[in-house]
Design a protein around this ligand. Structure first.
Ligand code: ADP
Ligand code: MG
Length: 395
């Protein structure tokens, strides 16, 4: 178990905090500040406990000089000033005397936001490749380190794993703690019956999750584009639906090993082309040259029966191409079903799945919607989150 905020004494300390301010931006305007707000609990705790707070985050990918303009954290600094009532300063430098001076000037309860850590990627990807010198340098700027950036927990960067390696003491923040606690209820501390609802585009993206969770769960309900590779493995004609030919053998293996656990669609909303056309509802066995872009009502009812008996439900991957309004129905209906199942522990993991449930208005209807797409998948695959590994363990 990793140390948490409650395990450290922050009074008068320079506390380096890795947050996730990687928000969607449009022309230096923040499109959605959910992630900024998500970090406030940890920041406010540190303010209350008399720390000097130094915030680090990445934003976007910085490959050329021009990206520095596009991905400056300055607009986020402005937003922070509106959200937090304390003195907040900004350092346009990610290293050097001026940054050090600003840190040394900080008083208790004050905040310094350091410019985008990925500005260091312009030179040999120092941040993203966890350059030792950079990590040591950043670690030397503070006394303690808090990692509250779940979105990058599956990456080993200088600003997360790096700083944690070289600093005296460290812990995870409230956001990371909550993610780990909730996702663990689908990984080790799950209640049975345990039903996994999986969709999205590709089998290849979900192999590690299936490998890890098929043995633990009672049922896997498969929708989305990936269902067609499984249907193909059962010799159905899938027409022009999304198909990963090179994964059919693997799908066959899963179906042979777990014949009763894997539940596949009975029908689909089909289209002649990959567009927001008027859907045609057909049974899977009747597919000719169409492509299945969503699950149909028979499938929704079938999935509902399994979901209603579950004590734990993990959902990853939309049931259809929910970017098209005519093909979001399957995902929407599943949201409605899950919203009513208050006796089950319901977790949504995965970037597109989380975005879809929020877009459809269900952000407060489940027990947990993970904020970290890739990180949640990695965790549920049973892999260690390498960005968190060097954080100190509770004694
Ligand atoms: P997550 O990010 O939650 O893990 P994925 O990235 O695996 O989810 O899947 C999301 C994508 O899957 C969406 O872009 C969606 O359009 C696509 N998708 C879902 N169903 C289908 C389908 N039947 N055919 C093609 N693409 C699909
Ligand atoms: Mg995705």
């Amino acid at each position: 178990m990793k140390k948490t905020l409650k395990d450290l004494n922050f009074k008068n300390k320079k506390v380096l905090v890795r947050v996730d301010f990687n928000v969607p931006m449009n022309n230096q305007t923040i499109e959605d500040d959910t992630r900024i707000k998500g970090s406030l609990k940890t920041i406010n705790y540190l303010i209350q406990h008399d720390a000097k707070i130094i915030l680090f985050s990445h934003l976007g990918r910085v490959k050329k000089l021009n990206d520095k303009l596009k991905y400056s954290l300055f607009p986020i600094f402005k937003r922070l000033q509106e959200l937090i009532k304390t003195n907040i300063y900004f350092s346009p430098y990610t290293r050097g005397q001026q940054l050090e001076h600003k840190i040394n000037q900080l008083k208790n309860k004050e905040i310094l936001l350091v410019e985008n850590t990925r500005f260091e990627d312009l030179v040999e990807k120092r941040e993203s490749k966890n350059n030792k010198e950079l990590a040591k340098y950043w670690a030397s700027l503070g006394d303690l380190f808090v990692n509250d950036a779940f979105g990058t927990a599956h990456r080993s960067h200088a600003s997360n794993a790096g700083i944690a390696t070289y600093i005296k003491d460290s812990c995870i923040g409230f956001l990371v703690e909550k993610e780990l606690r909730n996702l663990d209820k689908c990984l080790t501390n799950y209640q049975k019956p345990y039903v996994i609802l999986i969709g999205g585009a590709k089998v290849s993206d979900k192999i590690t999750i299936l490998d890890n969770l098929l043995k633990k769960c009672d049922y896997v309900l498969i929708g989305g584009g990936m269902a067609f590779t499984f249907l193909k493995a059962l010799n159905y004609n899938v027409g022009n639906s999304l198909l990963e030919q090179d994964k059919v053998v693997l799908a066959k293996q899963y179906l042979t090993q777990y014949p009763k656990k894997i539940i596949l669609p009975l029908d689909c909303a089909a289209s002649k082309e990959f567009k927001n056309t008027e859907p045609k509802y057909i049974d899977i066995k009747n597919i000719q040259d169409e492509m299945g872009l969503d699950i149909g009502s028979k499938t929704i009812n079938l999935f509902k029966k399994y979901l209603e008996n579950a004590k734990t439900i993990l959902w990853n991957g939309p049931m259809g191409v929910c970017e098209f309004s005519n093909y979001e129905k399957g995902t929407l209906e599943i949201c409605k079903i899950l919203a009513k199942l208050k006796n089950a522990y319901r977790v949504v993991g995965g970037g597109d799945s989380a975005a879809a449930t929020i877009k459809l208005g269900f952000q407060n209807q489940f027990d947990h919607i993970s904020t970290g797409g890739g990180a949640s998948l990695e965790f549920l695959s049973g892999k260690p989150l390498i960005g968190l590994l060097p954080i100190k363990e509770k004694i």
